[in-house]
Design a protein. Structure first.
Length: 183
């Protein structure tokens, strides 16, 4: 695993990597759409969230796959299961780190890598309010961010995907910390 951080003005990030209409439309295709409080649709302006902050600290974690895992052929269901299992520990660690960083930067807000998984089962579909609004966070993509473009621009890296029944050489998780305009 390799972890890297990059920080810059959030206005630059929004200009180059955020396309709210495009990526919220992509969210409609996700099985979590309207099923998790951290996922669209929202009752607020996504653009207003980005505008509340001055800087963004991006947190990239690259998880290298062992050759023996990459050589094996998997069905799509097995790829999905294996990917979740392989990424879960790194995602939990990133979540914990980002929530800790929030405490170090008053007024900041974490952006999780993918959907919020603080609760094992989200209650949004039941019409029940979030059980942990103090811990629930959005992801970059749920706020209209292009994660693949951000990885390319800010880390000179490329997101790889499973292809032809094989896991990629590596997976990349991208999270962040939106830092307050108030110093």
């Amino acid at each position: 695993m390799a972890v890297r951080f990059v920080e810059g003005p959030i206005t630059d990030f929004v200009k180059t990597c955020v396309d709210v209409p495009r990526f919220l439309a992509c969210c409609r295709e996700c099985p979590n759409y309207n099923k998790r409080w951290s996922c669209p649709p929202y009752d607020f302006s996504v653009e207003s969230v980005w505008n509340q902050y001055a800087d963004i600290l991006l947190y990239e974690e690259k998880i290298i796959m062992k050759p023996e895992l990459r050589e094996k052929y998997y069905s799509q269901e097995e790829i999905n299961e294996r990917s979740r299992a392989l990424l879960a520990p790194a995602k939990r660690q990133m979540t914990d780190t980002l929530l800790t960083m929030e405490k170090d930067y008053p007024g900041s807000r974490a952006l999780f890598a993918g959907t919020c998984e603080i609760c094992e089962q989200c209650d949004k579909e039941k019409g029940i309010s979030c059980r942990h609004p103090d811990l629930m966070r959005y992801s970059i993509e749920a706020l209209g961010g292009n994660v693949a473009k951000a990885v390319q621009i800010y880390f000179d890296d490329t997101i790889l995907w499973a292809e032809n029944g094989h896991l990629p050489e590596y997976f990349i998780l991208l999270g962040g910390l939106m830092k307050s305009k108030v110093k």
